[in-house]
Design a binder for this molecule. Structure first.
Ligand code: SF4
Ligand code: SF4
Length: 176
C-alpha cells in the first residue's frame, strides 16, 4: 500500500533533526505493529518522539522523510508544519506525499501548492512525478494543476499526456 512507510536509501542532511515533528508516526501504516495509516502509533508521544526508539521496527529506524534528507527544503516544509510527509518512493523515484488526515487540504495552501507544482516541473524532465495521498486516494500534481487519480497503490501505473484546453497547454493523467 502506498501509505506504508517506504524507505529510501538516504540519510539526514547536515544539521537536520526531527525536533518536535512526529508526523510519520501518524500518517503511514506500519504492518509490523498492525498500525493503520492516519492514526498515531501507540508508541508515539506526539510532538516528543518514539517511546521505544531503540526497539522500533527497522522501517522506522531507517526512514528519513524528504525534509530530513534535503537541506534545501525550508522550515515551513517540516512535516508537522506542512501537514504532509514527503518521501521518495524507491521503485520509481517519484515523490510521494502522505497527507495528515487531520488537515487534508493544507497541501493546497501556500507555499505548498506552488512549491509542489514547481517540484513537479523539475521532476518532469526525469519522467518523475509528485503524487499526494490522502489514505489511498491519490492526486497527481503537475506543473499547472492537480489531477485526482482515485484509489491507487504503488502497483498501479498511469499515463501522462499533454492536453490542450481553454486555458492553453496542460497535462492529462490516465490510470492504465
Ligand atoms: S516526518 Fe520526517 S521530520 Fe517528521 S518525524 Fe518523521 S522523519 Fe522526522
Ligand atoms: S514504533 Fe516508534 S518510530 Fe515507529 S511508528 Fe511507532 S512511534 Fe513512530
Amino acid at each position: 500500500m502506498t501509505s506504508t512507510m517506504a524507505v529510501a536509501p538516504c540519510g539526514a542532511a547536515p544539521g537536520r533533526a526531527c525536533g518536535s515533528c512526529t508526523l510519520c508516526c501518524k500518517v503511514y501504516a506500519l504492518p509490523a505493529l498492525e498500525k493503520p495509516p492516519g492514526a498515531w502509533c501507540v508508541h508515539c508521544a506526539p510532538g516528543r518522539g518514539c517511546k521505544i526508539h531503540d526497539a522500533a521496527p527497522e522501517p522506522c529506524r531507517r526512514f528519513f522523510c524528504l525534509w530530513m534528507s534535503d537541506g534545501k527544503l525550508g522550515e515551513a516544509w517540516r512535516p508537522d508544519r506542512a501537514k504532509f510527509v514527503l518521501s521518495i518512493f524507491p521503485p520509481n523515484r517519484f515523490v510521494y506525499g502522505q497527507v495528515d488526515p487531520g488537515s487534508p487540504g493544507h497541501w493546497r495552501k501556500e507555499p505548498y501548492y506552488s512549491g509542489l507544482r514547481s517540484l513537479a516541473r523539475t521532476l518532469l524532465d526525469e519522467r518523475r512525478h509528485v503524487i499526494m495521498f490522502l489514505g489511498d486516494e491519490a492526486t497527481l500534481v503537475m506543473p499547472d494543476e492537480a489531477t485526482p487519480l482515485g484509489k491507487m497503490t504503488s502497483a498501479d501505473q498511469f499515463r501522462i499526456e499533454p492536453a490542450f484546453g481553454p486555458k492553453g497547454p496542460s497535462w492529462r493523467a490516465t490510470r492504465v
